[in-house]
Write a protein that binds this ligand. Structure first.
Ligand code: DOR
Ligand code: ZN
Ligand code: ZN
Length: 400
């Protein structure tokens, strides 16, 4: 098939390395089918899916079932995280060697699901139970618990960032970096959200890679007043100082990946009073348009975007293509129109939960085609053909 790309930009297939597709779990909110459809509509050729599903992906049987369930269902390629828990540590070394596992994921602060490993002893056991780069949700559970009594039901949503404060994130990151040094195990710090962590991590570039989220590059704390519960996520949206620090780190190469942390919840769960509001925002369908808009605004270049959303995740997680450490070189292509202006509308969102925190946001730059391993799967808002997505393969030994 011949496609005309006159006037368009052709990028290596873009990856969202951080999504929660809720499968198995809650089809009223999202499934692999709907979440990957959203992904290709939004210009992504692969997503890496988090394990805090219901039930969680914490053992071999559930991992195998999930991988086998992708065929004929997923519209883009899918990498799979496996979750660490206090009770599966002895099995993690075997699990991380399964070919479609992008990383073992550790939650060190409570969030959706029940997968916490928050104490030093168990965290060290997890760090010693394998060799590949570990993916880490860095918040400090003890800090959260200690501060909890200060916050009462029905307080404004803005208290979310007061509760889960800078210290909470920094303590989590410091704790893991101490263990990374002690054990020699490389780490990937997910969703770094503070200027302080970015400064601190500069001293660990030999052993730690990191991700920042589209939301932390796009929204500041005024979002709580505008969006209420639809601004609540972990780690929280913060003030402009942190957003500026995140951009500085993106530009000078201290950030390896940008992800959406797509975390759909029902409208009912998002509209509950704080602090019972479910934490997490949708984003898999909107990350590419919004990053292109940032390119148009001069905040980064298209080659840097291709690095952050293509080669970056491949390098961090050791994604393989025909045995080589790469993605996007076997016909994974995202074609974008940098002149196209379009407003994000809620009616465009295909996730069953049906909302986006970015409704009404006008973007300059839009994904026009998504090509997965040579298959044209999206062209101008139309999803084409039957689902061709496959599990992504990862290197067993990559520690890059
Ligand atoms: O806001 C969040 N939502 N942060 C997480 O760590 C989990 C996620 C979810 O799964 O809802
Ligand atoms: Zn997280
Ligand atoms: Zn997440």
């Amino acid at each position: 098939q011949v496609v005309d790309c006159k006037g368009l930009h052709v990028l290596p297939g873009l990856i969202d390395p951080h999504v929660h597709l809720r499968d198995p779990g809650d089809p009223k909110v999202e499934t692999i089918g709907t979440g990957t459809k959203a992904a290709v509509l939004g210009g992504l050729t692969a997503v890496f899916d988090m394990p805090n599903t219901s039930p969680a992906i914490t053992d071999r049987a559930r991992l195998d079932a999930k991988r086998d369930g992708l065929a004929g269902v997923a519209h883009c390629d899918v990498g799979l995280y496996v979750g660490a828990t206090k009770t599966n540590i002895a099995t993690l070394a075997e699990l991380e060697h399964q070919p479609n596992v992008c990383a073992i994921k550790v939650f060190a602060g409570s969030s959706t699901g029940d997968m916490m490993v928050e104490d030093d002893e168990n965290l060290e056991r997890v760090m010693r139970a394998g060799r590949r780069r570990i993916a880490y949700h860095s918040e400090d559970e003890y800090r959260l618990q200690a501060r909890k009594p200060m916050f009462t039901p029905g307080m404004p949503h803005r208290n979310h960032m007061v509760w889960r404060d800078v210290e909470c994130a920094l303590l989590g990151t410091r704790r893991l970096m101490a263990l990374a040094r002690k054990t020699g195990r490389p780490a990937h710090i997910l969703h770094v959200s503070t200027a302080e962590e970015l400064d601190y991590l500069s001293g660990f570039r030999d052993i730690a890679t990191c991700e920042v989220l589209l939301n932390h590059l796009t929204q500041t704390d005024e979002a709580y007043d505008r969006l209420g519960g639809y601004a609540v996520m972990n780690p929280p949206i913060r003030d402009a100082r942190h957003l500026e620090a995140a951009w500085a780190a993106v530009r000078d190469g201290r950030v390896d990946c940008v992800g959406s942390d797509h975390a759909p919840h029902s409208r009912e769960a998002k509209e509950r009073p704080w602090p019972t509001t479910a934490a997490g925002l949708t984003g898999v369908q909107t990350i590419v348009p919004l990053m292109l808009d940032h390119v148009s605004a001069g905040r980064l270049t298209l080659p840097r975007l291709a690095d952050l959303m293509g080669t970056g995740p491949a390098r961090v997680y050791g994604a393989l293509n025909k045995g080589r450490l790469a993605v996007g070189y076997d016909g994974d292509v995202t074609v974008v129109d940098m002149k196209r202006q379009r407003t994000i509308e809620e009616s465009w969102i295909v996730s069953p939960c049906g909302w986006t925190p970015f409704a009404g946001h006008r973007c300059t730059g839009w994904p026009m085609m998504t090509i997965v391993r040579g298959n044209l799967v999206m062209r101008e808002d139309e999803v084409l053909g039957t689902p061709v997505g496959r599990p992504v393969a990862f290197s067993d030994t990559a520690r890059a």
